[in-house]
Design a protein around this ligand. Structure first.
Ligand SMILES: [Zn+2]
Length: 256
């Protein structure tokens, strides 16, 4: 069980870097241990998020203290411990510094539903602006968790993003889509500013259609597959493009 979770965490790191979420050795991902809900696996400090291995992943408790592993703990661990403490529905937390989202956060603008990706976040993305410094203690971690509320994604102004998902696939999906939504909006801003938006009456339906659980899993599998194929490596069986691996639970036959 833990082996599978570790393997998925390692693959998540590869996918995140492929999708522009890497920032050298900064940025991190954690996943709650299913049988010990007050403990979580986390990427260690000092290495890139795509460099996680079975041997360097550390285990941390809900107070933010490392309980096992040789590698150092990120000093922003409190983003993870406090979001996981506040949100029993969340099992995976990601904090990264993707360039477009960070640039967008400096504009003081709200994300707008001008793309599929922007529409996904049209229920609102909280902005944490209590500090632009790193989140290095419990108090600040709790403040981030409070600002996140019941949402899946948050922007740390002039710093980065936090996503919180029920699964690794979910949190990765939110991180990638939030960065893409910011990138597309900035493209439109640079081209004179967006003039047309998703219709108000279409927002709710489109939001749920673009954020389905089966899409999250299928997108994650595709991204893992692409990562292995690009380096000429053999794709792990569970990520191969076979009908057995395809989650069609939310697919109703329409284009989506
Ligand atoms: Zn940070």
């Amino acid at each position: 069980m833990t082996d599978k979770l570790r393997a998925k965490l390692i693959n998540a790191g590869r996918v995140l870097v492929d999708e522009g979420q890497g920032d050298y050795v900064w940025g991190h991902i954690s996943v709650r241990l299913p049988n010990e809900p007050n403990r979580f696996l986390m990427k260690p400090g000092c290495i890139g998020i795509e460099e996680m291995t079975d041997d360097n992943i550390i285990t941390v408790d809900i107070e933010g203290d490392k309980v096992s592993g040789d590698w150092p703990r990120h000093n922003e661990v409190f983003i993870h411990s406090e979001v996981l403490r506040a949100r029993p529905d969340v099992n995976c937390v990601i904090h990264t510094h993707p360039e477009h989202a960070v640039a967008f956060s400096s504009l003081g603008r709200e994300l707008q539903p001008m793309s599929n990706d922007g529409t996904m976040f049209s229920a609102g993305v909280p902005i944490f602006s209590e500090t632009t410094d790193l989140i290095v203690n419990q108090e600040r971690g709790k403040a981030v968790a409070r600002t996140l509320g019941d949402k899946g994604a948050l922007i740390l102004r002039n710093h980065g993003i936090v996503t919180a998902g029920s699964t690794i696939e979910h949190a990765v999906f939110l991180a990638i889509k939030l960065e893409k939504a910011c990138r597309i909006q900035m493209l439109a801003e640079q081209a004179g500013g967006p003039k047309l938006f998703v219709k108000e009456e279409e927002l709710a339906a489109k939001r749920s259609r673009t954020n389905r659980g089966d899409s999250q899993g299928n997108a994650f599998s595709y991204l893992v597959r692409r990562s292995y194929l690009r380096c000429g490596c053999e794709v792990p069986q569970e990520y191969q493009a076979t009908l057995e691996n395809f989650d069609s639970t939310g697919y109703k036959g329409g284009k989506g």
